[in-house]
Structure formats: C-alpha cells, structure tokens
Design a protein around this ligand. Structure first.
Ligand code: IVH
Length: 670
C-alpha cells in the first residue's frame, strides 16, 4: 500500500513537471488549467497525509520560508562578465575585423546572434541534476543568494530533465518580465494602491530582490539561458550546441538564436530591430558571439568583458520632452485615468505624444505637473510611460493638478473607495464613456434578462445612437432592428419579444439592473425586501439604508448618490412610463401572508411551480431571511424532490421541514 502511494506521488510529480515544462518552456500546454490544478491538489493532499514521502524537489515545494534578514553573499566560481557594446554597422564590422586579426585567420569565423534581453543576469547552479543555488550578478565576483526566490520561477526546473548531465552545471541567463505580464502586474498593483514599476526590467529586478518568496511567487518572472558558468564537463563544441544541450535538459533558452557568417548576422540585426515591438519581451540589442568554444577561449578577455562577444545596441527607448497637459480619460467602467499630453517626440521608432500616468497616486508620487520636462519611455506596444520629472527644469509658475471632483464626460460626482487608487465617475447610467458596460449589465440574465441583447447588438445600437439609456431599449421596434448585423425579420421579432417580456420583472431585478455601485444581486434583494417600494427607497436616508442587513456606510452612500442624480431618477421614470413593472409587494405582504420576520428559511431540492429565486424573493417579502445552509438557527427547510444532505441535517437538528405544496399555500395570493 505505502509502496503504491509512494509511486503514485512520484508519478504525479513527473506529470506535473512535464506539464510545467510544456507550459512554461515550450509554451504549448497539453492539458487545461483545471486538470493541472486537480493534479496539484491531489499531490498536495497525498504529501500532507504522507509527509514521509515529501520530496524537497516536488513542484509543491517551490515557495519556501522568508529569510530573517537580507540575502547571503555568494562568490561566483567563474566570474559573471560584462560585455562590450557597438552602436552601428561600422563598429560592428570593426569587431569582426579585430577577431579575424587576433585569430590570424583569413575570414571572420562563424558567429551566433541572439536577442539581448533587458532584465538582470542570473546564475543557476545544478549539482547532480538538482537546483542548488541561484545568484545575482552583483559586481561580477560576488552576488546575492536568491535561491528561494528563483525556485518560485516555474520555467526553471528544480530537477534537470533526462539522465545525462554534468555533475556541476552552472547556467547563466537573464531574468525578465514579459511585456504583457508587466502590464497586467502593474494594473494589479495600481488597483491595490501599491507602487507600480516603471519598466519590465525594474519590475523583474525588484521582484527578484523581494525578501518574501511567497510574494515573488505571485510575480510573473521568466528566465532564458544564454551561457554557462562553472561546468564539470563540456556540453558542446559551439555556443549553438551548448544552447541545444541546455534545451534538452529542460532549461528555457534564449529564443531566436541564429548561427551564420558575418553577413547573415548583419541581416539578422535589421530583422530583429523590425520585430522588436512585436516580441513578447523587451530587448535592448542583439548579442553576437563567436560560435566555436575553442575560438572563444583562444580570444580570451579584456578587462571584464570577453573578446568573443559584443552587444550591438538598439536606439534608446527613453528620452526627455515637455509635458504640455494632463488630461482625464474615463474608461468603460468609470475609472478616471490621468493621461500626459506630450510635445511629440521620436522614440524607439515612433512618434510619442501621450503617456499613461496610471492614477492620481502616481501623479503625486512623480510630482508631475503641466509644463514639466519629463523622461519618457516607450517600449514596444506598451503604452509610453513617464519615468521621472527633470526637477531642475521645472518652470517657476508650475502648479500641481487637482484631483477632479466631477467626471469630465458627464459631470457626475467622482468617488474614490477607501484604499483604492482609482477614482471613478458615479454617473454609470448617464455617462457616455460607460454606456456599453451599463447597458450590457442592464440586459444581462440576472438583471432584466433580455435575451438576444448582448454586447454585439448593443455596440451597434450605441454606434447608431439609437440607444443611449436603458429606456431607449424599450423604444426599439422590430422594423428598425431588421437588417442590422444581418438580423432577419424573425430574430428582430424575437429580440423585441424579449425586450417586451422583460418589462414584467421584480423589484430586486430592477434595482440590480440599475447598476448602482456595489449593489449586487444579494444586496438588491435585501433592499427590495426591506423597502418593498421604489419611492421609499429613493427617499431613504443614509441611516435608513444602514439599518438594512449587509448595507454598510459605503454602499449606503453609493445608493444615496445614485438617487440624488436627477437624470437617474428621470430615466427610472421613463422606464416605468414605458411599462417596466413589478408586483407591488408592499400592498400584499402584510395583508396576504404570514409575518416571517426573524425567521431563517432554507430551500433545497427542486421546486416545480416556481424557481428558487422566486421562492426566496417571496419569503424575503414576508420578512424571512433566506440562507444557503442548514444550522440550528434554521426555522424551516423547504425540501423538494432530490433533497439530500440538507434534509438529513435538518431532520437530525429537529428543524421543521415542509414541501412545495405547503409553501405555495403559505404564499397564497402573493
Ligand atoms: S552574454 C560573457 N547574451 O547583458 C558574456 N548577455 O550588458 C555574457 N544579456 O550581463 C553575456 N541578453 O545580463 C549575453 N543573449 C545574451 C544576453 C545577455 C542579455 C545581458 C547579461 C549581461 C549584460 C551585458
């Protein structure tokens, strides 16, 4: 038994390692995320139950403990060199000539070219195939021990693939953050009001030097090998062979390596430059190396750089220009973003005239003001960014910009949630910038449930200016829809039918459909049950709202400010005038039903004459709280056919159980 558990654990580890390799190194996953998660969960569970079989190199063991103080120092056995630069074709040709002369050869030897990745150098050491040490470059002689952090990078294997490898194998490469990962991470940091990074290289360096490995594990770092440090036996006779050998061992290797004569290398430079923006990572040039390791050794070193390699740099991606103004942009969800308008500047191959400032915390952190001279950075398709203000060139008259108090598009008031960096427009329904998102929400299944009115159709209707507010949906006719986006007469009629049917709704759905910030389905239901009537809700004071279960001060103020906007109230009136209606529960509840206030009800199994949502709503109207689980506090369980564990539990706790017929009788005329 234990034997088979140990071997099952081994199989899971092997499978997860293979999937990690397929996903992170080959970029071609062969299973879905949920299957992968399932394997990991199973492995974790077995390791928990059988700690005696825990393998320190198991994929579950990537995130270790935080060190007490800083990183330890590591002395490199083979120093981590720097590399000389050339900046144009002439200088590159001189590099070739120098090599030829030093080797006393008639021709320039075969060379390799590969992208110069813009990150930070890392040395990773394997002994007997196990990752034992990872160190930063530091000053080239001593670096920092970042092993715990590097173990969290999933493209770096903890164990080498295959069975033939040198006993000691030190691999040199670059830790980077891909452009898309960088943008997504900065968005996350910005939303959490944390400091954003100015570029992917800083993000990679900052993340790798984070002391807490559990934080590093959330940072999307990548690694690509480009060379070797100490090795106990050679991996090949040429750089190309060495890179192939590393790839075989499961190490991610710098992609785009080419091998050829000097002329081919010159061509490769032009192609790489043309591809630069489209590459998933930032590069700042092309590294050219003599391919033969024997010739590399013969060439030797000058000062701290090898003679056999050079970095042929690309034009800079940072330059200074004047910031003319800071404009405000309103996004689809109402987020208001400051955008820097710049005096146009040619940067990395294109003219740049705008840069993102993320949010107002970032404006304050940079202390950037209209009129400032700023350093701008543009890399690939990443939106240009302001790196810093050149302080000594600030005009005397400059003033910081104020955080706006109203939306620049619709003039509704601006809100900023506690602890959030973004400020938002509160004018959801009426703000042109937010129209599509709001209409999508309004028509969605859990809101007004208008079948057939989705993003695509709404985009067209907005574009044609037929629909600007939800009320306009109820003014559409089948004739006008027909022909739009290849819509036939029948589909047009179907859409109008769904629109018409949606008029008969519930108060809770209607409230949810309004898209009041933080008023989700559950809150809408509680509000509907507590106020029963729209007029009373509109008139409710902050205190009245706070008296409702689940409504705190923030939600209460969102509700208040929503109904304070005249235009919101007039749109609601238009909807009602166009026939949107719901059962008037205030009139019927006290008279026609029992008072269930203070009781907690649970529904389980299938109901036949109504949906569970409808039943819950009616119970709430009668004053009951509806909960999802049975406990000693449950007053009544409504059990339909197919009821299972909830019924058993209710019975064991002595909770009253009724069936659907009894429930329907109780609802009576409701
Ligand atoms: S080879 C002995 N190849 O550039 C030669 N370096 O400016 C070692 N770099 O410290 C460097 N991509 O961190 C080499 N494909 C590449 C590279 C690369 C990026 C970095 C490396 C080095 C720095 C020198």
């Amino acid at each position: 038994m234990t034997d088979s558990i140990a071997s099952h654990i081994r199989d899971l580890i092997t499978a997860i390692r293979r999937h990690d390799y397929n996903y992170h190194v080959l970029d071609t996953p062969t299973i879905g995320d949920s299957q992968y998660d399932e394997l990991t969960r199973e492995l974790k569970q077995l390791e928990l139950e059988h700690p005696e079989f825990l393998d320190p190199n198991s994929p579950t063991q990537r995130v270790g403990a935080k060190p007490d103080s800083g990183f330890d120092e590591v002395t490199h056995r083979v120093s981590m060199l720097s590399i000389d630069n050339v900046f144009d074709l002439d200088e590159f040709r001189q590099f070739g000539e120098r090599i030829k002369d030093r080797l006393h050869q008639a021709d320039i030897p075969q060379m390799t070219a590969e992208p110069k990745l813009d990150g930070l150098a890392l040395s990773i050491r394997y002994e007997q195939g196990q990752l034992v040490l990872a160190a930063t470059r530091g000053d080239g002689q001593t670096g920092e021990n970042v092993t715990q952090n590097v173990r969290t990078i999933r493209s770096i294997p903890l164990i080498l693939k295959g069975s033939h490898f040198p006993e000691v194998l030190e691999i040199r490469g670059e830790v980077i953050m891909k452009k898309a990962d960088f943008v997504a991470m900065n968005r996350r940091l910005s939303e959490a009001s944390e400091k954003v990074f100015v570029n992917p290289r800083n993000a990679a360096a900052g993340s790798l030097r984070q002391l807490d490995p559990s934080i590093v594990s959330t940072r999307p770092l990548s690694f690509y090998a480009y060379g070797l440090g100490e090795v106990s036996e050679p991996l090949g006779d040429t750089h190309t062979e060495v890179m192939d050998a590393l790839r075989q061992l499961g190490i991610p290797v710098n992609p785009g390596l080419i091998t050829g004569e000097a002329e081919a290398i010159e061509k490769a430079y032009d192609s790489l430059m043309a591809e630069r923006d489209a590459l998933p990572y930032e590069i700042d040039g092309m590294v050219v190396k003599v391919d033969s390791i024997a010739l590399q050794n013969a060439l030797g070193f000058v000062a701290r750089a090898p003679r056999f390699a050079t970095a042929w740099k690309f034009p800079a991606q940072e330059a200074s220009t004047r910031l003319v103004a800071i404009d405000l942009q309103v996004g689809r969800t109402g987020a208001i973003t400051p955008v820097a308008r710049l005096e146009p500047i040619f940067l990395g191959g294109v003219t740049v005239s705008n840069a993102t400032l993320h949010n107002f915390d970032e404006v304050a952190r940079l202390d950037v003001r209209p009129g400032d001279q700023v350093m701008v950075r543009r890399a690939g398709d990443v939106i240009p960014q302001i790196v810093k203000v050149i302080a000594d060139r600030r005009p005397d008259s400059s003033k910081p910009i104020a955080i706006p108090s109203v939306c620049p598009v619709c003039q509704s008031s601006v809100e900023r949630a506690d602890g959030e960096a973004v400020i938002r427009c509160s004018g959801g329904l009426i703000c042109q910038a937010q129209r599509l998102e709001h209409l999508k929400h309004f028509a969605s299944r859990k809101a007004m449930d208008i079948d057939g009115v989705g993003e695509r159709l709404l985009e067209i209707l907005i574009e044609k200016e037929w629909v600007t507010t939800p009320a306009d949906l109820y003014r559409l006719s089948a004739d006008s829809l027909q022909g739009l986006d290849r819509m036939g007469a029948k589909s047009a009629r179907n859409v109008i039918h769904s629109i018409t049917t949606s008029k008969q709704t519930t108060f809770a759905r209607f409230l949810y459909a309004l898209g009041i910030r933080d008023v989700g389905e559950a809150t809408a239901r509680t509000l509907a049950a507590s106020f029963g009537d729209l007029g009373r809700l509109i008139e409710a004071s902050h205190e009245d709202l706070m008296n409702v279960d689940d409504v705190g001060p923030i939600v209460a103020s969102h509700i208040r400010s929503f109904f304070e906007v005249d235009r919101h109230r007039s749109i609601i009136q238009e909807l009602i005038d166009l026939g949107v209606q719901w059962p008037d529960v205030t009139a019927s509840a006290p008279r026609n039903g029992p008072d269930l206030s203070g009781q907690t009800w649970v529904l389980t199994g299938t109901l036949e004459s109504m949906t569970r949502d409808e039943a819950s709503e009616k119970l709430r109207v009668l004053g009951a709280k509806v909960s999802g689980s049975v406990s000693a506090k449950t007053s009544v369980l409504v059990a339909g056919p197919g009821a299972g564990s909830k019924l058993t539990k209710a019975e064991s706790l002595g909770v009253d159980v009724i069936d659907e017929a009894t429930l329907t009788a109780l609802f009576g005329e409701l």
